[in-house]
Design a protein around this ligand. Sequence first.
Ligand SMILES: [Zn+2]
Ligand SMILES: [Zn+2]
Length: 421
Amino acid sequence: MTTIPAASAALCDDCGEPLTADPRFVRWCPACGWNARPGGAPRSAGAETAVELRFLAAARTSARLRPQRDLAWLATVLVAGLVHLLTLGVTVGGVDLLVTGHLPAKAVGLVLLCVAFSLRPRLGSLRSFRRNQVTLDRDQAPAFYALLDEVADHLGARRVRTVALRPDYNAFHARLGLLQRPVLGLGLPLWETLDPRQRIALLAHEFGHGANGDARRSLWTGVAVRTLAVWSDLLTPAQMPVRNLVELIARWTVYPLMALLAHLVRRLAATVHRLTLRSGRQAEYLADAFSVRLAGTEATADLLAALTLGNSVAHVVRRRRNAQAGTPRRRGERAPRPEADTLWPELREYLASIPAEERERRLRVSELEGTAVDSGHPPTHLRLEFVRGLPPWPGELTPPDFADIDAELAAARREIARQLQ
Ligand SMILES: [Zn+2]
Ligand SMILES: [Zn+2]
């Protein structure tokens, strides 16, 4: 704890306790919360929050966190089956009309086949995943993959085929192709600023997605959700100008019909979303429980708290650019880019310099705003509450010596730093 010199410590008008003193951050009162979220209107605890609290309570009380094969699950599987049947019908109908129909029918068949082509399941492929991304394969990084495999094996998840190293402050787990090959996306700004135990917690959460039976991520449901999105796009008519009688008639007959169908499709997609939301949240909490199991309660809680510091990356990048712009140079000459290798130590140093009160404030803001890393995740403060509510656990995996792994990631680190600045 740093002690603030009495002379500089302004006192809170509301409660008389000292305000925070670091001029780089918002000045607020940790005792009563005054100005913790400056300028923000108080957010009413709406229906959304109530739903999230129910999901949290369910996650806490369920003995086995694994998403259950309940009625919602059955309904999702059936709705997805209908969507697939429709795709199949359009395809088979198109082929049939094209082969056996008369000329006008052949034209309809061709249109149906075009629609079927738009509806084809897009499962992704390793090749498209590697395109435009910095990927690191098994043979390039044996120490890194040894750690990834250890985490995967511990959780009973499949080992990943490849890893994309990315410029964002997040990570993801995905499955590609008909064989559903697992891949990992790892944001280096996040990875590079975590300590060894937090890195294990992050990997455990991501690999947890390969082992938690999340219905949203199954091939059957996932393809149906994407198909509904394509239907909605196809049925939403572009605003076309009316230049003749045919177009005028179309505007008043075909378009409203399409709009109605598009509306129904969107309602169906919303229903599927609602049906899978609960199991999706259960899956996320289960992934956090995996983090606790492998990395321990403290490391997992620290990781979740670190997720609120994401905007530090943009801050440090901006600061470095401005410092570089100030260096003397000839007229018309562009400022040189900052040295790529120094970004990471500077980012780590900046994050380490953020005082405890500011970290606390970010957590409070995240709680007040109900922020999550993305819409697929529960609000971060509820994840923290969940983790802290589990029996304290030291973690089952001893973090390896990261020197070898750091060396294997050196080229990617340089490349991502270049992308960032
Ligand atoms: Zn106060
Ligand atoms: Zn997740």
